[in-house]
Each structure stands twice: as structure tokens, then as C-alpha cells.
Design a protein around this ligand. Structure first.
Ligand code: NAP
Length: 522
């Protein structure tokens, strides 16, 4: 049997007592390691993190904790090569896609180290100014944000084992809240290894950072009133978490990042010979193929004026045709594998479902695999679908509510802007939409129209062609999350992310007491 990865809980490394679950290389089919959480005393482990880890973290200031994040960045950077090797083997990703996860995670941690520095030597944050409660200014109300005295339990998805860990852990640890991470089983190895490197370096107080790999059984039962649960994954599992008694009966705070049928919109003024059109085409092809489309933010629906449907179909298909698919270790390969056989089957089934209401514009099955064996490798070529005309975009209801978590997108022609906006809204709330055009006023108007149903509106005009950060890239400065179907969660967005891990309270007191509460910053 391959090595069984130990869990870190209760301040010690503990190996599960069960048979464990094997993790595989999705390209070669070989077994890599085992994970197993059987026999862990979860109640004791959660209590240790809450009491020991939490108290030790809260005794530090924001600046001190920010310094620890910066040290963790150095440790992770020193071990970067090992992370790339694990990602190639376990996630089947090419180097550029591994960078999105590994370097994206380290970058996010570094960003919070810098943001935390700006909070200075304090133990809590003020929320707004003091407000008079009556005519006499002596008695006032000051809102404060103090770190919650619980643990932050992260239940993560398989597609970002590094970034998914650090984008959540950075704001939690900076807030002074201990972290217990439960990575998705399929790709738990990278998360476990990163936590191990940071724990072994002795950067954070014991109990501040724990990792549990394997079954999720019993995790939600271990959650107490002041804990925070942050979940990323499918809408089905999200519903299980949301309805758990800990959430329903103990008011445990939950943040949900679920799936989303994201869109991209070419504005009516962007003709096929325009720069905006080229940017639209490039971004769709890129979003479909980065991480083989296994990105919660990837473009699933691309809308263009009816008259430009054929031109868009041809231009995007031409780009997709150049995508070499196969073994990420081969230097000519641009797109690696799906994470495992279950995902491959999911994508094939989802594709078949969408094909019943769409036409195939570029067929992924025409891509030969490079240095990979069909039947063993979980690789699939990119497939572009389309609904041909505007009435088709209305009647093809499946494309508006089916997320195929792979290299698949659908082109949707629209009649006019009102029609385009209505089609996008049929996604019932998404993480991100991107807009392509060259008229600032039209782009701004469309951005505001779509803001209420999206966590992020990414606007691409020719003046930012070389500068923009990408439709699907989540930057720590900007909000990540989305309303409705996307789960209703909020992450990142700079210091806003700390709100999840703090409790807001109003202190009503005399001016003298409020002054004592808030000594001049050091
Ligand atoms: P998933 O099957 O829902 O699993 C997510 C996590 O939940 C895994 O760690 C899983 O553990 C755990 N889990 C499963 N059942 C559970 C239960 N009853 N109680 C507690 N935890 C449980 O999702 P996935 O297949 O890993 O991820 C793909 C989905 O995630 C896609 O739909 C994608 O859109 C979404 N996603 C969203 C975002 C975002 O930020 N919005 C980011 C990435 C992915 P096991 O692995 O051990 O089963």
C-alpha cells in the first residue's frame, strides 16, 4: 500500500486507523498516496484548536499575525518545486495551470500579510465612527469587530488544493481564528503537504493550523456556536451543510461558495473586426482550457449579437483546435487532465445532456491525446456548443442551469441588450460575468445592470487589453463569491474578508470609556 498521509489535529500528527482511500494520477492511473481520517478524536481536536490555538492567536496583534503569514510565504516558496510535482501527479495539470493554484495561493497569502501590517498593533478593529445616542454627546455607540472565539472549519473543493486553502486561511489566521482544513479527498495531498511544511516550520502557535484528510464524517457534528464554516463545492453538498443541525440550531456562521454558470458578453458595438471581439474570443478559449475548465469561475455561457454568432464560433473553434491535450509532463501539452474518472464521466454526461439542446461547433473528441493512453488518462478535448439563433438561446433552458465542470462552453446569440441581460440573469446568480466592448458608457451601464446578480463584473476594453487580470482569475483585492445559485458567499475583497471571522458588536458607553477602548494606534 502507498504511504498514508498523517492528519494534524490536537497539536499532533495522527495517522488514521482505517484502510484509507487511495489518491491517483489522473493521467497515468497510478496510485500515489492514501488518506484516512478514521479514528480521529474530532471533538478533542476541535476543542484543542478552539482553546489553545485560538487563545494563542488572539494574544497576538494583527501586525504579529501578519508577520507570521509573511514567514509562511517564505516557507511555501522554498518548497514550491515539491508542490508542482504533487500537482502534476495528483491533479494532472500543466505548469501554467499549477501556477494558478500554487502561486495564486502563495500570492494571496502574501497580499494578506501586507494588508495585516496596515492594521497595526491592535487586537480588534473599529467599525465606523462613534455615534451619539441622544442630544448629549457624552453617551455614544461605537461598533467594534473582535475575532470570534471559535475555529474556522474549511471544507474545500478538489480543483484548488493550494489556493482554496490559503485564500481562506490567510484572512482567518490574520483575524486570530484557528483553522481546520478538510481538503477534497481527490487532491488532498497538496493541501496536506503545504500544511505540513508550515506546521513543521513552527510559525504559528500550536493548534492554529490543522488538517484532516479523508472522510468528512463527523466534521459538522464537531462544530460549536462560535465556529465558522467556509464551504466550497457543489450545490448538493452545500445544501447538506446549510441544513445541518449545527447551522440550523446553533446559528453557526456559514459561507458557501458553490457552482455557477458564469457568462461573457460581447456588446452590440463590437464587430468581428474589432479589438474587443478578439479579446472576447481569446478569453473564452482561455477560460475553457485553463485547468481543463475545472474552475468555478470559468465561462460557461458566451453571448454575442446574433449577426456575429458564426464569426465567433469560427474564431473560438480555430483557437481551441490548436490546444494540445494529454500528459502535462510533455512539453507540447497545453491542457492536462480532469481530476479523476468520476469527473470524466460527469463531464461526458453533462456534455451529452447539453448537446440535446445545442449544436456542436468544436468537438473535443477530435483531439488526439499526446503521450497519454485513451481509457487510462482522464483527458478530454475542449468542446464548444452553440444555440444557433436568438430563439434557441431562449428555449435551450439547460445551458442556463447546468454547470459542466470541464472544458465546455456554449455560444448564445442575442437580439438586443435587453435580451442579452435577461439571458445572463437566467443563471440565477453567478460568481463572475465579463463584458467586452469599447464604449465606456455602454460598458459601465451593463456592469451596473449585472452587478446585483454577480460577485464580480470583469470589464474588458481595448485600453486594458494587456493589463486585465483575466475573467476567471480571483484576485485577493476583489470580492469572490456570488448571490443565488453561486452560494451567496463572500470571500476576499481585501480586508472585507476579515468580517467573516469577526463579530460585530456595539459598545454603548461614555466618551471616556470609548476613548479607553480605543487608545491611539501605535
Ligand atoms: P463536492 O463534491 O461538493 O465536495 C466538496 C467538499 O465537500 C469536499 O471536501 C467533500 O469531501 C466535502 N463533502 C462531501 N460530502 C460532505 C458532507 N456530507 N459533509 C461535509 N462535507 C462533505 O464538490 P467538488 O466535486 O469537490 O467540487 C466541484 C464543485 O465545486 C463544482 O461544482 C464547482 O463549481 C464548485 N467550486 C466552487 C468554487 C467557488 O469558489 N464558488 C470554487 C471551486 C469549486 P470529499 O472530497 O471527501 O467527498
Amino acid at each position: 500500500m502507498t504511504q498514508k498521509l498523517p492528519n494534524f489535529l490536537g497539536g499532533q500528527w495522527q495517522t488514521g486507523t482505517g484502510i484509507g482511500t487511495p489518491l491517483f494520477d489522473p493521467v497515468l492511473g497510478t496510485e500515489l498516496v492514501h488518506v484516512d481520517a478514521t479514528g480521529l478524536d474530532l471533538a478533542a481536536g476541535f476543542a484543542f484548536a478552539r482553546e489553545q490555538g485560538g487563545a494563542a492567536l488572539r494574544a497576538l496583534t494583527y501586525r504579529q499575525r501578519a508577520g507570521m503569514l509573511a514567514t509562511a510565504v517564505k516557507v511555501l516558496q522554498a518548497n514550491r518545486d515539491a508542490y508542482y510535482d504533487i500537482a502534476t501527479a495528483n491533479s494532472g495539470t500543466v505548469k501554467n495551470d499549477t501556477a494558478v493554484d500554487v502561486d495564486g495561493g502563495i500570492f494571496t497569502l502574501g497580499t494578506y500579510a501586507k494588508l495585516g501590517e496596515s492594521l497595526g498593533d491592535r487586537h480588534f478593529m473599529l467599525d465606523g465612527e462613534a455615534a451619539r445616542l441622544g442630544k448629549d454627546p457624552l453617551f455614544q455607540s461605537q461598533h467594534v469587530l473582535t475575532p470570534t472565539r471559535g475555529v474556522a472549519l474549511f471544507i474545500n473543493a478538489f480543483n484548488f488544493p493550494s489556493w482554496g486553502l490559503w485564500e481562506k486561511a490567510a484572512p482567518a489566521l490574520l483575524s486570530g481564528v484557528p483553522v481546520i482544513i478538510k481538503p477534497a479527498t481527490a487532491t488532498a495531498w497538496l493541501t496536506q503537504r503545504m500544511v505540513k511544511d508550515v506546521v513543521d516550520a513552527g510559525i504559528f502557535p500550536v493548534g492554529a493550523l490543522s488538517v484532516i484528510c479523508g472522510s468528512s464524517a463527523g466534521l459538522m457534528d464537531s462544530v460549536e456556536t462560535f465556529d465558522v464554516v467556509s464551504f466550497t463545492g457543489s450545490a448538493e453538498t452545500a445544501a447538506v451543510i446549510r441544513s445541518h443541525p449545527a447551522v440550523v440550531q446553533k446559528s453557526v456562521r456559514v459561507n458557501i461558495e458553490a457552482d455557477s454558470v458564469n457568462s461573457a458578453l460581447l456588446l452590440p458595438d463590437a464587430a468581428p473586426d474589432s479589438e474587443a471581439f478578439d479579446l472576447f474570443v481569446k478569453e473564452i478559449a482561455r477560460e475553457m482550457t485553463v485547468k481543463a475548465g475545472q474552475k468555478c469561475t470559468a465561462i460557461r455561457r458566451a453571448l454575442m449579437p446574433e449577426a456575429h454568432y458564426s464569426a465567433a464560433a469560427q474564431a473560438i473553434s480555430a483557437r481551441l483546435a490548436k490546444t494540445t491535450v494529454g500528459n502535462p509532463r510533455h512539453e507540447s501539452v497545453r491542457m492536462g487532465a480532469l481530476v479523476n474518472r468520476a469527473q470524466l464521466i460527469n463531464v461526458q454526461e453533462g456534455l451529452a445532456y447539453l448537446k440535446e439542446q445545442t449544436e456542436v461547433l468544436h468537438d473535443g473528441s477530435t483531439h488526439a491525446l499526446t503521450d497519454a493512453v485513451v481509457g487510462t488518462a482522464c483527458c478530454v478535448g475542449p468542446t464548444l456548443l452553440g444555440t444557433r439563433d436568438a430563439p434557441g438561446s431562449d428555449s435551450a433552458d439547460r445551458v442556463h442551469d447546468t454547470e459542466v465542470f470541464g472544458p465546455v462552453a456554449t455560444l448564445l446569440p442575442y437580439r438586443d441588450m435587453a435580451h442579452a441581460l435577461a439571458l445572463i440573469r437566467r443563471g440565477q446568480g453567478s460568481l463572475v460575468t465579463s463584458l467586452y466592448g469599447s464604449d465606456p458608457a455602454s460598458l459601465a451601464a451593463a456592469a451596473l445592470e449585472l452587478a446585483d446578480s454577480h460577485g464580480r463584473v470583469h470589464v474588458i476594453s481595448p485600453d486594458v487589453a494587456a493589463l486585465h487580470t483575466g475573467h476567471g482569475n480571483v484576485m485577493p483585492q476583489s470580492l469572490h463569491g456570488g448571490p443565488g445559485r453561486a452560494g451567496g458567499g463572500e470571500e476576499l475583497g481585501g480586508l472585507r474578508a476579515l468580517n467573516l471571522y469577526h463579530r460585530r458588536s456595539a459598545v454603548q458607553a461614555s466618551t471616556a470609556v470609548l476613548a479607553a477602548l480605543n487608545p491611539a494606534p501605535v
